[in-house]
Design a protein around this ligand. Sequence first.
Ligand SMILES: NC(=O)c1ccc[n+]([C@@H]2O[C@H](COP(=O)([O-])OP(=O)(O)OC[C@H]3O[C@@H](n4cnc5c(N)ncnc54)[C@H](OP(=O)(O)O)[C@@H]3O)[C@@H](O)[C@H]2O)c1
Length: 186
Amino acid sequence: MKILLIGANGEIGKILKPEFAKKHEIISAGRTSGDFNVNITDVNSIEKLFQQIGKIDACICVAGDCYTGELLSLDEEKLNIGIQNKLLGQINLVLIGQKYLNDNGSFTLTSGKMGDKPVKNNSAKAIVNGGINSFILAASLELERGIRINAISPAKVADIPIHELTNAYFKSVESTVNGEIIKVNY
Ligand SMILES: NC(=O)c1ccc[n+]([C@@H]2O[C@H](COP(=O)([O-])OP(=O)(O)OC[C@H]3O[C@@H](n4cnc5c(N)ncnc54)[C@H](OP(=O)(O)O)[C@@H]3O)[C@@H](O)[C@H]2O)c1
């Protein structure tokens, strides 16, 4: 498969890239790193990326900043970091990218454990991850041409055996699951 991996140079991306590259053609992208640069907070940048790379079979996103801090420190500006970047960034990737996916292709977004099992100081992540998961449930009902969409919701990656993390992403890309929030190491 021809797979676009956004955030390939990050903590999760660096784990996924060599594993997926064993079986698939990987096109890497990031803000300042990878085969192509993209800023997922900018719809024009997303459109340009897809125009440059052409048709693909799968898009995996492991990119998206979000504010971490106590509730008292949270304000609209800090909340907007995650909303613009991790939430709307990934959603816009799907809205724009669906035109560029081959039939029966797939999107794999990344949310996180703080969406449904939050600990203190993670209200911003809880909102953003919850929004991503809800989008998956709804969008999976409407994507056309057999295109699937799932989210991987990992716990802290440093605590996860590598094969558990990679298996979750492989499951989303290579199997037929659709509309699933795949929880890893809860
Ligand atoms: N790490 C964890 O323990 C963990 C656990 C649960 C969920 N998650 C979620 O998984 C995702 C990836 O986490 P991570 O720890 O691997 O992140 P990371 O180490 O900070 O790496 C993020 C990667 O995404 C790229 N990126 C960031 N913002 C971008 C943007 N606006 N447009 C395009 N590329 C962008 C970066 O590119 P450049 O390097 O080029 O800037 C980098 O390659 C995040 O959404 C995070 O919330 C992480």
